[in-house]
Design a protein around this ligand. Structure first.
Ligand code: R5P
Length: 280
């Protein structure tokens, strides 16, 4: 049985359909003091808990779902983190700071027998779990909504870390070049992006990243393109915090595509088939 977090219901339903398993009707409630609680139906064998942890409340809700699944009879709990929050805090960047990714991974491990997460920011975060943890690659399907008639396309990563992702989307599309820019982050919302030598003039460009959060990286990358034809944005996790969508539109993005690891208006691609493949 699939047990979904409150913010991943669309993906959970798609995954239940892919796997041909029951989709539990979970109830979500909030007490007057703001604390939340979930209620799950009886579980006969394996529970697959699907929950993105894109907020502190979502982290608590996930821990509750795992615990409730055991209470309801689950013999095994497999936790699917479509989007793993705090994964970008994978080291203590300054003295006195925590390794937040490790802290949340350890907490999640207390209630799971196995963990899957979709395109984690760094594969190293998988080592922070105390139970077997693996990554699922949903990136190739980001090519699906792209127009068939892309002109001499370039699949561009805004920094070196997203190069493999850009190659995955290019491979999914079937043709095109890949390249990456260099990025320096000055603060949470201030980045500079330095272009490479690739000539993008009159070519269609698909800028590809794992996460679009504030949209600073993407909009700077688009601004650094010299006379492209059309520009598309493709990301696995469309966090789109604050005015990120406006930044992308103002930068000149023709369209923005993401997956349903985070349910947004741009979530045109489902991660469910990739997750189902890993679970089967
Ligand atoms: C960081 O290296 C990630 O791959 C993304 O580039 C980053 O999280 C995007 O953040 P933002 O949209 O705030 O620039």
């Amino acid at each position: 049985m699939i047990l979904s977090g409150s913010s991943t219901q669309q993906l959970a339903a798609a995954l239940a359909a892919e796997l041909g398993v029951d989709l539990g009707r979970v109830e979500y409630e909030t007490f007057p003091d703001g604390e939340r609680i979930v209620r799950v139906p009886p579980v006969e064998d394996r529970a697959i808990v699907v929950a993105s942890t894109d907020s502190s409340d979502a982290h608590v809700e996930l821990l509750q779902l795992q615990d409730a699944a055991r209470e309801a009879g689950a013999s095994e709990v497999v936790t699917v983190l479509p989007y793993m929050g705090y994964a970008r805090q994978d080291e203590a960047f300054e003295a006195g700071q925590p390794v937040s990714a490790r802290a949340v991974a350890r907490a999640i491990s207390t209630g799971a027998d196995r963990v899957l997460t979709v395109n984690p920011h760094e594969a190293g975060v998988l080592d922070f779990f105390d139970v077997p943890a693996e990554a699922v690659d949903a990136a190739p399907r980001l090519a699906d909504p792209l127009p068939d008639d892309l002109v001499d396309p370039v699949f561009l990563a805004p920094d070196a870390g997203a190069t493999d992702l850009a190659a995955s989307v290019r491979d999914g599309y079937g043709r095109g070049d890949t390249d990456h820019f260099e990025k320096v982050r000055h603060s949470g919302s201030d980045v500079t992006v330095t272009p490479s030598d690739i000539d993008v003039s009159d070519r269609d460009v698909v800028v590809t990243d794992d996460i679009v959060a504030t949209g600073s990286t993407m909009s700077e990358a688009i601004a650094a393109l010299d006379d492209p034809n059309r520009v598309y944005v493709a990301c696995v996790h469309p966090l789109l915090a604050g005015n990120a969508r406006l930044k992308l539109a103002n930068a000149g993005a023709e369209a923005v595509y993401g997956t349903d690891t985070l349910e947004r208006a741009v979530s045109r691609v489902s991660a469910a088939p990739a997750v189902a493949d890993a679970l089967e």
